[in-house]
Design a protein around this ligand. Structure first.
Ligand code: NAD
Length: 437
């Protein structure tokens, strides 16, 4: 089979490479000529573990190629996937569908025969029907089927997630569309992946409901963490105590600085807007959005309080800027709220992130960018751990203490034990856990 992937970002590139690994011929198309040039030279424009080998292997095998020419890419394809961005529309929080509709129009104009046009981007309920209208308008009806196949991969473990998903969701109206997608995902039958066939609308909503539920779970444990801090309980033990209950499950119960990233913030907001417009508001998600926004700002206040009520004139070392480890993605990262708030408080910031620095430099001003962990810590009055990269989990604490002006740490990811830090002489604050006695 042959497919095209329109949009070669975190989702399009990973999905394209994985489909080619399954034995399908894949052409990845992107408007960004710089991105396609780099891919043609064998460079991977994003950081995603294992992606460089997977891409190289399948390019070498002749199953994976890259182009900026959409017409060339979609020629002779059994299916064309749209994997372009759907960011929040400025001002109202709705998903901006202009990239999706533009791609649909371009594909409908360019395809040379019957195909299935599959939306992999996260799009609000009703988008698939609008894509169908565009396609029928451009082609005068008929030979293009429309389907929805939302993607659930996570940055940082994207290849494993795509190859061994908990489920695949396919929204389609016709047997032709269902059969094409079933054939593309056939390799997953081997590991008995559940494949759900639904209507377009249902598939679209499954994606938003899943992301909103996960965002809600994180926000729930974050608020429990706040309560723990007031009453002397330990949120990690609470999380374990509830997570062992099979009805609750232990995942997504790590208290921290609030969720960020390229999906949860925009998808929760878009679901809120969709639900309000449908006159079926989802009030619990409205609250999740509000609580999470406020939380990111409050994390800076937590640092200020730990520094005695003011950071004016202080040097603060920051470890981790990306919204989570193992990615270079900075979209809506908590650091983007925390760092400027500390600067406004009068602090000088020194920061290091293993993969996110190039992007962080574009988004944050006035930060001293450091080459490594220990350089960021040098001369700091306080160290703030924002992202739990493995590289920060096993610091040489004696060296850290020696480098700092004052041995003060705010660990927003709970990667150290309060008692160990107290023993090492640190004034240590974490999230939802009592200080060591
Ligand atoms: P991204 O910004 O990394 O990539 C999108 C790419 O599409 C860009 O390279 C852009 O140049 C390209 N593009 C835009 N319009 C185009 C057009 N008309 N023709 C060709 N290329 C075009 O985005 P992403 O993170 O990969 O997300 C894509 C979609 O997948 C979004 O809807 C997102 O919500 C969803 N999603 C993302 C993740 C994730 O972890 N990033 C996970 C699941 C779902």
């Amino acid at each position: 089979m042959r497919i095209a992937m329109i949009g070669t970002g975190y989702v399009g590139l990973v999905s394209g490479a994985c489909f080619s690994e399954f034995g399908t011929d894949v052409v990845c198309v992107d408007k960004d000529a710089g991105k396609i040039d780099r891919l043609k030279r064998g460079e991977i424009p994003i950081y995603e573990p294992g992606l460089d080998q997977l891409v190289a292997k399948n390019v070498k095998a002749g199953r994976l190629s890259f182009t900026t020419d959409l017409a060339e890419g979609v020629a002779g394809c059994d299916a064309v996937f749209i994997a372009v961005g759907t960011p929040s529309r400025r001002g109202d929080g709705h998903a901006d569908l202009s990239y999706v509709f533009a791609a649909a129009e371009e594909v409908a104009t360019a395809v040379d025969g019957p195909t299935v046009l599959v939306t992999k981007s996260t799009v609000p309920v009703g988008t698939g029907r609008k894509v169908k209208e565009i396609v029928d308008r451009v082609r005068g009806g008929g030979d293009i089927e429309v389907a929805s196949n939302p993607e659930f991969l996570r940055e940082g473990s994207a290849i494993e997630d795509f190859m061994r998903p908990d489920r695949v969701v396919i929204g389609a109206d016709t047997d032709e569309a269902r059969e094409t997608l079933r054939a593309l995902y056939r390799p997953l039958y081997l590991n008995e992946t559940p494949i759900l066939f639904t209507a377009l609308e249902t598939a679209e909503l499954i994606k938003y409901a899943a992301n909103a539920f996960l965002a809600m779970k994180i926000t729930f444990i974050n608020e429990v963490a706040d309560l723990c801090e007031k009453v002397g309980a330990d949120v990690q033990q609470v999380a374990r105590g509830i997570g062992l209950d099979g009805r609750i499950g232990g995942k997504f119960l790590h208290a921290g600085p609030g969720y960020g990233g390229s999906c949860f913030p925009k998808d929760t907001l878009a679901l809120v807007r969709t639900a309000q417009e449908a006159a079926a508001p989802i009030r619990i998600v409205e609250t999740v959005v509000e609580v999470n926004e406020a939380r990111k700002r409050r994390m800076a206040e937590k640092v200020v309080a730990h520094c005695g009520g003011s950071v004016e004139g202080l040097t603060i070392g920051v470890l981790g800027l990306t919204f989570k480890p193992n990615t270079d993605d900075m979209r809506d990262a908590p650091s983007l709220a925390i760092v400027p708030a500390l600067q406004q408080g009068g602090a000088t910031l020194r920061a290091y992130d293993p993969e996110g620095m190039a992007e962080a430099r574009r988004l944050l001003d006035g930060v001293t960018w450091c080459q490594d962990t220990y350089e960021a810590i040098e001369g700091a009055d306080c160290l703030v751990i924002i992202t739990e990269w493995n590289a920060f989990r096993n610091l040489d604490l004696e060296r850290v203490r020696g480098l700092m002006k004052r041995p003060r740490i705010v660990d927003l990811r709970n990667i150290y034990k309060p008692e160990d830090m107290a023993e090492q002489g640190f004034d240590y604050l974490s999230v939802g856990r009592p200080a060591a006695p």
